[in-house]
Design a protein around this ligand. Structure first.
Ligand code: PFF
Length: 470
């Protein structure tokens, strides 16, 4: 049994130094562009309140149980995605782990392009803070020409990928955990400062009621399913990231407590980011109509100008905001690469350094294609497999959100609920103690029935009704 493996073997694979170390690393994986870039936008598109409520339900009823299941599989087997699925459920289930590795590969290849943008806007914001915001600037036009500069796009995403690889090759403790321990507290502090400033703005009341006052007539079926799809993305579920991170958790730590903390932190941060952005937007007359276009628009076109024209202490907060986005993205790209690298390490016996360089290098080749798909190359920008999703970037985002994560999540849920004995899952979840709110029976009900039905609904929606979550 994996639990009896010699200590040296576990140490050779790496292990978090403590429960807090794991929680920070996993929370770092969860909090990312999904919280700061996607969630505010889909909340906007779906007209707030009712969507947010449904999203919260999805997090509790589907996200939390699957989070616990993935960590459980990883910790029980002490193996990364492919090896863990094979050992826990039988050889054939290895393919589900392989599916996750593919998802990590695909998501990282496009995610690092947007992450690179945050670095660029950080330097731009620093410049504006020092020399003043340019009068009459056309940020929309500037953004379009920035996105179309192929060389710059490749350079920025390459820089981000290099940072990610640097962390992953330094190992679980010295690289991943240490980075999360440093970046996450900085991220929380910046977010609190931004929140205080945003709440003092005139639009904050309107923002709060937009986000928290449900109006169910505004929510359609596709909004409901979008909430469910986003719950996977934001919690890094459905692709074995939490299996992999779970495999570095020691046997005396509580999976239930850790999962609760990770899920709550991710949700709070998504809500806080949304309150900040909407407070700013509602404080400027006429801004509401302008924002509509795209998520990218909200983050990189509307917000920069508002920081300098409207936000209290905006000159200090603007660069802080973009470095926050970069930090949040980095702790997520690390986990995406770790899923792929750990597969090479565990299943092919390749050393960590070599595995990181090989997998990171291979992913970067696809990143180059994504980086050129915002106008840098007309062929790559027009490339279309899924209707209405032009460009390599749009295609891969659609592929991951609509297919890879929901299918991976569905199979992981089925496996844990129906192909692992009650004794095994109960014993693993009980290790390290459980908090007062937890009931094994409830978890088992959710993982066997509620989560598979909900995730199955996403798949049916995508396959038969063409609903889009990206
Ligand atoms: N959870 C990340 C976000 O919200 O940005 C995205 C992500 C990271 C998805 C890691 C999947 C993953 F394995």
């Amino acid at each position: 049994m994996a639990g009896d493996a010699p200590i040296e073997q576990n140490e050779g694979r790496g292990q978090w130094t403590s429960s807090l170390g794991f929680i920070l690393a996993a929370t770092g994986s969860a909090i990312g562009l999904g919280n700061l870039w996607k969630f505010p936008f889909i909340t906007w598109e779906n007209r707030g309140g009712a969507f947010v409520l449904v999203y919260l339900l999805c997090i509790v009823a589907v996200g939390l149980p699957i989070m616990m299941a993935e960590i459980l599989i990883g910790r029980k087997t002490q193996k990364s995605a492919v090896g863990a699925m094979k050992e826990a459920f039988g050889k054939r289930w290895g393919i589900v782990g392989g599916w996750g590795v593919l998802a990590g590969f695909v998501i990282l290849s496009y995610y690092s392009v947007i992450a690179g943008w945050s670095l660029f806007y950080f330097t731009k914001a620093l410049g504006w803070s020092m020399s003043g915001f340019p009068q009459g600037a056309q940020l929309g036009d500037d953004f379009t020409s920035f996105a179309a500069q192929g060389g710059l796009q490749i350079g920025l995403s390459g820089l981000f990928m290099a940072a990610t690889m640097g962390v992953v090759l330094s190992g679980v403790k010295g690289g991943i955990e240490r980075t999360a321990r440093i970046l996450l507290p900085v991220l929380f502090v910046i977010l609190i400062l931004l929140l205080v400033s945003a709440l003092s703005m005139s639009g904050s009341g309107q923002a709060l009621s937009f986000i928290f006052r449900p109006n169910f007539s505004e929510l359609g079926m596709d909004g409901l399913l979008e909430a469910l799809g986003h719950a996977f993305f934001t919690l890094s579920l459905g692709m074995g990231a939490m299996i992999t991170y779970g495999s570095y958790v020691a046997k005396d730590q509580s999976i239930v407590k850790a999962s609760g903390v990770i899920v709550v932190l991710d949700t709070v941060i998504a809500l806080v980011a949304t309150i900040i952005m909407f407070s700013v937007i509602f404080s400027v007359p006429g801004m509401e109509e302008q924002v509509g276009g795209s998520t990218v628009g909200m983050l990189f076109i509307s917000l920069p100008e508002l920081f300098y024209s409207t936000v209290p202490f905006g000159r200090v907060l603007a660069p802080a905001f973009y470095i926050l986005v970069a930090f949040a993205a980095l702790t997520s790209t690390i986990s995406l690469l770790e899923v792929v690298a750990a597969y090479a390490i565990d299943e092919h016996g390749i050393g960590r350094k070599k595995a990181t360089l090989m997998t990171g290098g291979a992913i970067f080749l696809v990143t180059v294609l994504c980086a050129l798909s915002f106008g840098g190359s007309s062929g790559l920008s027009a490339f279309e497999i899924f209707e209405g999703k032009a460009g390599v970037f749009g295609t891969l985002d659609h592929l991951a959100s609509n297919w890879l994560l929901p299918i991976g999540g569905f199979l992981i849920t089925l496996a844990t609920g129906w192909f692992m004995t009650r004794e095994d899952s109960e014993a693993e979840l009980a290790l390290g103690g459980v908090p007062a709110w937890y009931s094994y029976g409830a978890w088992r009900f959710f993982i066997r029935f509620v989560a598979p039905v909900a995730v199955g609904a996403i798949l049916v929606a995508v396959i038969f009704f063409g609903v889009d979550f990206s």
